[in-house]
Design a protein around this ligand. Sequence first.
Ligand code: ADP
Ligand code: MG
Length: 497
Amino acid sequence: MLQSLSEDAIDLQQDAVQATPGGHSAAWDRVRARLRAELGEDIFMSWFKGLELESVDDLDVRLSVPTRFLKSWISSHYLDRIHARWNDETGQAMRVDIAVRSPAARSPLVKPRAAQTAPSLTPRANDHAAAPAVTAVPAGASAINESLGGSPLDPRLTFDTFVQGRSNTLARAAAQQVAQSRAGDPVLFNPLYIHAGVGLGKTHLLQAIAWTANGASGGRRVIYLTAEKFMYSFVTALKNQTAIAFKEALRGIDVLIIDDLQFLQGKQTQAEFCHTLNALIDSGRQVVVAGDRPPSDLESLDDRVRSRLAGGLSVEIGGLDETLRLEILTQKVTQARQAHPGFDVPQPVVAYVAHHVTQNGRDLDGAFNRLLAHNRLTNQPISIEMAERAIRDLIRTPEPKRVKIEDIQRIVAKHYNVSRSDILSSRRTAVVVRPRQIAMYLAKALTLRSLPEIGRRFGGRDHTTVLHAVRKIEGQISADMTLSEEIELLKRLLGDM
Ligand code: ADP
Ligand code: MG
């Protein structure tokens, strides 16, 4: 193995490594964090774990990986993305280059993976670093999965820990049905396709199926693979001329579970995936797939794959509502208390987080981890104030909508059947005076403009005129129901623009 690495290796200057200034390594940390958030943990760990920053010289960013295969994979699939993130971070047009780093300089850190004893679907690549991180998982289901070449399973992602709510009832029921059926049972829906936005529980459900189905006594061979791992295994098999063995191994699976299908790329890989799908489904084996959108929207996928997916059962997981978020968090606290007996999150804090972190399960994880870390590191009890500080950046307050004075004038004019130039004019007939005053009132209420500024925008009027209008309409609203309803309607029209 070292042989093949040293062929690839280029000599990196030790001083170039040391010259990486702190500012750049902070930028690199942020680039990595963004990639991790965008691509998800599994993909990030599969491909980016060994990617390191070597140096930044003016606009040249130099990254390195341990093997040539990783270099070419990352270069062809992710270089644009990495490049874009660097540009975002630095606000400059950076050049990004990926090199293969010298094993000599780093070999003490690189420990060879333990020899694989079970026959493996993945022809064990020379470059262990390219394979997904191996986590310490209990024997049993995970061992079977891994011996077949599957992606690692997270022991926390089971049906027991999956909280049911309105948005995921159907997906959960379908997943359970699949997980519990035995070899030889009729296959009810095939393939089962689960789609949802990021962080809504797809991976959790898929891994729950893998844990249950592999642990069941039915003796089914179940494999959980990310689409990226599928690609990686297939490409490696082609390279090692073991593609036939790869295909045969896959065709012998009882339940094939593929995660993040939207990342399946490459014509040949897609064709192979399509053949596998057809072979398994036609012989009554179960296929479960998850993606971030409905099958019809997977634009980059081959038509045949899309129509095959659409031919099974497609279920969506919706957003996590507040009740569900609350239950998920409560459960996380309960779990964490087993490992950290002193740890607790008071109910009002749980409710605060569930109310404010509304995006998805990953943000909930993030919020929860910060509370835990804060508590562990400072030994301070968790309070709302502390939670507020810890999760501030996870709370997305909707951008206040900017209402323009021109829009107010236009909408008000239309509503009262006058023209905008009437409103700006010096005419003083009642038909235009009232809409003009209402428009001025709305301009004060809905924008941050000052009275003189509003006066200028209303045909060069004095700020006292605006003040008069604002006070007058304010006074009338409280007495006149019809007017107050009209104003509400106008506000809504402006808000919906
Ligand atoms: P996806 O694969 O759809 O992006 P994940 O399955 O990785 O999402 O979920 C993100 C996080 O949210 C995980 O920690 C997961 O356990 C948690 N999560 C999402 N939905 C649920 C649920 N219904 N019950 C418990 N945890 C959930
Ligand atoms: Mg996922």
